[in-house]
Design a protein around this ligand. Structure first.
Ligand code: BTN
Length: 319
């Protein structure tokens, strides 16, 4: 956001301020203050003018300037009412050298999920992709995905949803205590890099926020914030999500403990379909690189431990 407009909003956040006082404080003309106020109104900031000056009545908008306003994390926000895929746009920005940009949309018409699946993204959800250029090696990159899962689950919990994490990066709401769940959010991380260095990462996060479950595909086994806890202020939700993501990506040692605290998968009997075969057993931990550790028992009763770094994970009912 333009620095003068940001400064005007910060000044108005503390109460009414007159046009001349703003002009003096910001060292610009009164005409310039008026023009910036009009531009902020065009961006849907509700600014009233009264006898004591300009006053910020409400920030109800869901757009780039509104999300950037009050955001305590170093991301700029590029907002679209409708876009094919925020991940596709974030990849373009990353390839052009951008960093710390969050591409946000109200609706996606070509949302992409993991394993080349489609991702349904109607208006009302939180569809966001973050471009980052971390100082990581490619094997460390999954930590960013785990950090995003923790951040998403924590933002959802603040919104009143009993959100947990299903390995590797689904945010789900448990149904009963047998490991069954409905999916609230998913994460798709894409990257470019060399063998020893990540060049850029795009972390795409899709949260079924203010969405009717009937508008999502039945096979998605989905739930939404609306279904679980009622509609959420998406501006505040995305801000909390980005702030938590920033907190964990800048303190990577705290990611795994936080992930374990929120994990629904640990302790479950699971089946993981990998390209190299299926593993069935009890999920007991996650490694530093984010791989799921599964304790298996083969047909002869011999125990083993397998660390699975990628695959489709299914929670099985206890035997
Ligand atoms: C999954 O669970 O399969 C991952 C879904 C990821 C969806 C998000 S929505 C924002 C971003 N843009 C996309 O096209 N996909 C991700």
């Amino acid at each position: 956001m333009n620095e003068t407009r940001r400064a005007i909003l910060e000044a108005l956040a503390d109460g009414p301020v007159s046009g001349p006082a703003l002009a003096d404080a910001l060292d610009v003309s009164r005409a310039a203050v008026w023009k910036h106020i009009e531009e902020l109104r065009d961006a849907d900031f509700e600014i009233e003018s009264g006898s004591t000056g300009y006053e910020l009545a409400a920030v109800d908008a869901y757009n780039g300037p509104a999300v950037e306003f009050g955001l305590e994390a170093p991301f700029s926000v590029e907002y679209h009412d409708s876009i094919g895929s925020t991940n596709d746009r974030a990849r373009e920005l990353a390839a052009a050298g951008a960093t710390d940009v969050a591409v946000l949309a109200d609706e996606q018409t070509g949302g992409r999920g993991r394993l080349e699946r489609e991702w349904s993204a109607p208006s009302g959800g939180v569809w966001v992709s973050v471009v980052a250029r971390p100082d990581l090696t490619p094997p460390e990159a999954p930590l960013y995905t785990l950090a995003a899962a923790v951040a998403t689950a924590r933002a959802a919990r603040e919104a009143g949803v009993d959100a947990r994490i299903k390995w590797p990066n689904d945010v789900v709401v448990p149904e009963g205590d047998d490991g069954s769940y409905r999916k609230l959010a998913g994460i798709l991380t894409e990257m470019e890099g060399e063998v020893d260095r990540v060049q850029w990462l795009v972390v795409g996060i899709g949260v079924n926020a203010n969405v009717d479950v009937d508008d999502l595909p039945p096979e998605a086994n989905a739930t939404s914030v609306r279904e679980e806890a009622g509609d959420v202020d998406r501006r505040v939700f995305v801000q909390r999500l980005l702030e938590e993501f920033d907190r964990y990506r800048t303190d990577l040692e705290s990611v795994l403990p936080a992930w374990r605290d929120l994990a629904l998968t640990i302790g479950q009997r699971v089946r993981v379909e990998r390209q190299s075969g299926t593993v069935v057993g009890e999920a007991v931990d996650v490694t530093d690189a984010g791989a799921l550790v599964i304790e298996t028992t083969d047909e002869e009763g011999a125990d083993g431990r397998v660390a699975v770094s990628a695959g489709d994970c299914e929670h099985l009912r206890p035997v």
